[in-house]
Write a protein that binds this ligand. Structure first.
Ligand code: 2AM
Ligand code: CA
Length: 252
């Protein structure tokens, strides 16, 4: 597993370097269903490069990628979960606050996860048998503060709708923050900047955070209070395990 983990770090860092080099390229932007759900040629290129590198080295493994054709369940066999650019809108508009996300599962069990904040050059990595690091700095286990001393990650849309009671929960805290990259937002939970992060997202957006978080004392749950299905789009929240019961008290 050590080899696979080192390999994963290498290809994610290379993908980030590629995106930095192509940051100011002319972008071919396509809408995927809704005008806010965008994809560029660089999302597709990074997805293809990561897929090719993984399958060349591990031909029996399988890929679940945001931009890959089949969205298979990850419960069986060796599955790599890829989001080539998490925060594509930020990538297009802000040229910052986007991430490369990679997670690896064997028969549904998360073995390691990687969140690479490309412009900040911060790689969050570990999980499973590996300690969790931000670059070379070991991250300590969660030390949750009270809701009244904490910020939570939540976008304006979910707050405005009070989706599953998230605004009621947010109103118990010092306030909300929203970055536009689920991966980077989840990483801010892992470092204690945010108490929790809730997002309406897909498995490739939350798989790495779920593996990293579990190692440090966080749990990823749906805002309905269930285990995420790791299939299709769901509203999920990463929060300190010992705070979940209290938070659920504010959710509907
Ligand atoms: P993405 O850029 O990889 O799609 C804020 O938009 C966050 O929600 C981002 O992490 C984004 O990831 C994710 N997201 C997932 N599905 C989305 C969608 N249909 N439209 C916009 N953002 C989406
Ligand atoms: Ca993406």
């Amino acid at each position: 597993m050590e080899d696979k983990y080192q390999f994963a770090q290498k290809i994610v860092l290379e993908a980030g370097e590629f995106l930095r080099q192509h940051l100011h390229d002319d972008l071919e932007i396509e809408e995927k269903g809704h005008f806010t759900d965008l994809v560029t040629q660089l999302d597709k290129t990074v997805q293809e490069c990561l897929t090719k590198s993984i399958l060349e080295r591990y031909p029996k493994d399988r890929i679940l990628g945001e931009e890959s054709p089949e969205h298979l369940p990850l419960g069986q066999g060796n599955v790599w979960v890829i989001d080539p650019i998490d925060g594509t809108t930020n990538f297009i508009v802000q040229k910052a606050d986007f991430a490369v996300l990679l997670a690896y599962f064997e028969n549904g069990v998360g073995k390691f996860g990687l969140i690479y904040d490309v412009i900040a050059d911060k790689l969050y990595h570990g999980g499973g048998d590996f300690p969790v690091y931000e670059n070379e700095q070991l991250l300590p286990p969660v030390e949750p503060k009270s809701l009244k001393e904490s910020l939570i990650g939540l976008n304006a849309g979910l707050y405005a709708q009070n989706y599953d009671g998230l605004a009621d929960f947010a109103d118990q805290t010092l306030g909300t923050r929203s970055i536009g990259s689920a991966g980077i937002s989840f990483a801010h939970v892992l470092t204690g900047r945010l108490l929790a992060q809730a997002s309406y997202v897909y498995p490739w957006d939350y798989a790495a955070a779920s593996i990293l978080g579990e190692k440090l004392g966080y749990t990823l749950v749906t805002t309905k209070g269930e285990q995420p299905a790791f299939y299709g789009r769901e509203c999920v929240m990463l929060a300190p395990t010992e705070k979940i019961r209290e938070i659920k008290g504010y959710l509907q």
